[in-house]
Design a binder for this molecule. Structure first.
Ligand code: CA
Length: 229
């Protein structure tokens, strides 16, 4: 359930906002003092803030500014004066929306819903899942560039990681050392195909139970290497 904090010193208005939002399924908390409201806004988790401008203690402008310094949570500013809205815009406080008193409660609810939906989409789009390859006991998190072997994390150098990942992404495909060198190291890099052999050896030491009998990266004699599926 989405949780809304209303900071409003006119009790009748705060109650009206609260009633309508609760009827629409929101959990609502109210505070009438700016200082207390700001403290709660910063220390507790809310999904949306509705701020009156003129408040005892700290005013709505300052509350908005301080919330925005720490959070991206949507903020709806409520004002009795049209002029104040120009002021909010002019100050660039980062409020998401403005509404003037008197307003219809259904309009308030509609705006709160719209902002919450937009914010949830925004959060959702940022939470892209990590790209993970799992083959038997090996788990490679391509996004975080981390590797686990049978649940234990192992440290890989950049090239070891790139080589292991490339082979694991193309299982059962035999690559020559030349192909692997071209794929992982750019053409200008110092070294030669012997570098591939050295890196394969190091990877095996980390992933194989017995490096003499590799279960993951097989040597195909006279050709190259293959990641066994
Ligand atoms: Ca007020």
């Amino acid at each position: 359930m989405s949780k809304v904090l209303i900071i409003e010193d006119e009790v009748a208005i705060a109650e009206l906002e609260k009633d309508y939002l609760e009827l629409s399924g929101f959990e609502v908390e109210t505070e009438s003092d700016g200082t207390v409201g700001l403290k709660r806004a910063l220390s507790e988790e809310f999904d949306m803030y509705i701020l009156d401008l003129m408040l005892p203690g700290i005013d709505g402008f300052e509350i908005c500014r301080q919330i925005r310094e720490e959070k991206n949570t949507p903020i709806l500013m409520v004002s009795a004066k049209k002029d104040d809205i120009d002021k909010i815009r002019g100050l660039g406080l980062g409020a998401d929306d403005y509404i003037t008193k008197p307003f219809s409660p259904s309009e308030l609810v509609a705006r709160v819903k719209a902002h919450l939906a937009r914010y949830e989409r925004l959060i959702g789009s940022n939470m892209v899942e990590n790209d993970i390859i799992e083959i038997r006991g090996i788990k490679i998190d391509k996004t975080a560039r981390r590797v686990w072997v049978n649940g234990e994390e192992k440290q890989f150098t950049t090239k070891e990681f790139d080589l292991l990942t490339f082979l694991a992404e193309n299982p059962n495909h035999v690559f020559t050392k030349e192909e692997l060198f071209r794929e992982i190291w750019d053409m200008e890099s110092i070294g030669d195909i012997a570098t591939v052999t050295v890196h394969i050896k190091k990877i095996r030491e980390k992933v194989e139970m017995n490096t003499n009998k590799p279960q993951y990266i097989e040597t195909i004699w006279g050709v190259g290497y293959r990641f066994k599926l």
